[in-house]
Design a protein around this ligand. Structure first.
Ligand SMILES: NC(=O)c1ccc[n+]([C@@H]2O[C@H](COP(=O)([O-])OP(=O)(O)OC[C@H]3O[C@@H](n4cnc5c(N)ncnc54)[C@H](OP(=O)(O)O)[C@@H]3O)[C@@H](O)[C@H]2O)c1
Length: 320
């Protein structure tokens, strides 16, 4: 009965339905073309034409938090490669000394190290302020971060949850407060905030990490609107997986780049894109996720995280 009603409706309205179909196909086609053009212009054309901001013109020093490993270390090396002196801020004094020596030797720039643990109280920002005094800081990379050891249900999280919220949100906010007055005075500067793709699309069982990364993203976007006219760029960088200790992915591939290749690509987007996925393959991943209807996306991501949790718990049980 229902099918005969549909059939007769289609037969009567075939012309208008054809128009609706053509408009829908044209809309999707244009959307696809727009995304391809955006990916091409941001990640290939802008890089080839050197359209990104020349960081060296902004000041003689850059400050990078969480700079002895992974993405932060890659930012430190890439920025030093541009001839900019770097202040490395991380936890382990020994790793800081090694990284600083490596950078000085390789890129012939000055380095300064500040050993602080961002899980400590607000007094560490006085230590950092003292160390940054009198430096002309053109670039700040708020990168330091930590994550869960494995995906977990919120009610089963221990006190580490408090530490994650504080390390992912406080240093970024307070470091920005430290450097922004100098930048506004000189009317130039770049602040790069390393957020995460999980701050764009909520990730169950990584709820606290995901929500705090949304804070990083919103903080950056609101601040960019405040300071755009004052000559300051605030960029939110939102990676999917990068092969680092934090992600526990050792082997890089097309979708999981090495920190160096990821950071090279992300640096080339400064001044081109304020909220960036950093590299073409990550922008593509986000584009794919956007195609999936929300309820299906949520169900898929929950079942993936539950499976990852199960595997991690099994591995941990074997090690005990
Ligand atoms: N890797 C990914 O797949 C991925 C994806 C999305 C977003 N991110 C974000 O990218 C950022 C960097 O991640 P990553 O993968 O490069 O991490 P990583 O390889 O684990 O490196 C973390 C760095 O932060 C420092 N650090 C950690 N806890 C600290 C603390 N309490 N106080 C001071 N320094 C501390 C570490 O110093 P020590 O050497 O002294 O420990 C190290 O230099 C994070 O914000 C993370 O959330 C990463």
């Amino acid at each position: 009965m229902a099918s005969s009603v549909i059939r007769s409706y289609v037969a009567k309205n075939v012309d208008s339905l054809a128009i609706v179909g053509a408009v829908a196909v044209a809309y999707c086609g244009l959307k696809l073309l727009r995304s391809i053009w955006r990916g091409f212009s941001v990640f290939i054309l802008a890089r080839a034409l050197g359209l990104s901001v020349n960081l060296k013109r902004l000041g003689s020093w850059a400050v990078i938090t969480g700079s002895t490993d992974g993405i932060g270390k890659a930012y430190a090396f890439e920025i030093a490669r541009m001839g900019i002196n770097v202040v490395l801020v991380s936890r382990s004094a020994e790793k800081l000394a090694d990284t600083a020596a490596e950078i000085e030797k390789k890129h012939n720039v000055k380095t300064k190290t500040v050993a602080v643990d961002f899980t400590a109280g607000p007094e560490i920002f006085d230590v950092i302020r003292e160390q940054l005094e009198d430096l002309e800081i053109g670039v700040l990379v708020n990168n330091v971060g930590m994550a869960y050891s494995h995906p977990e249900y919120f009610n089963l999280l221990d006190d580490k949850v408090r530490v994650i919220v504080s390390v992912l949100s406080c240093p970024l906010t307070l470091m920005t407060r430290l450097v922004l007055p100098g930048m506004t005075e000189r009317q130039k500067g770049v602040i790069i905030n390393v957020a995460s793709a999980s701050g764009v699309n909520p990730v169950p069982l990584l709820t606290v990490y995901s929500a705090t990364k949304a804070y990083v993203d919103f903080f950056s976007r609101a601040l960019q609107t405040e300071y755009r006219t004052k000559g300051i760029i605030i960029q939110s960088v939102r990676p999917f997986f990068v092969s680092t200790k934090l992600s526990k992915i050792r082997r890089a591939n097309l979708f999981v780049p090495t920190p160096t290749s990821y950071v090279r690509s992300a640096l080339a987007t400064i001044g081109v894109e304020t909220n960036t996925f950093g590299c073409m393959s990550h922008a593509f991943q986000n584009w794919l996720y956007d195609l999936v209807p929300k309820p299906i996306y949520d169900r898929l991501s929950l079942s993936m995280m539950v499976a990852t949790r199960k595997k991690a718990l099994k591995r941990a049980a074997k090690q005990d």
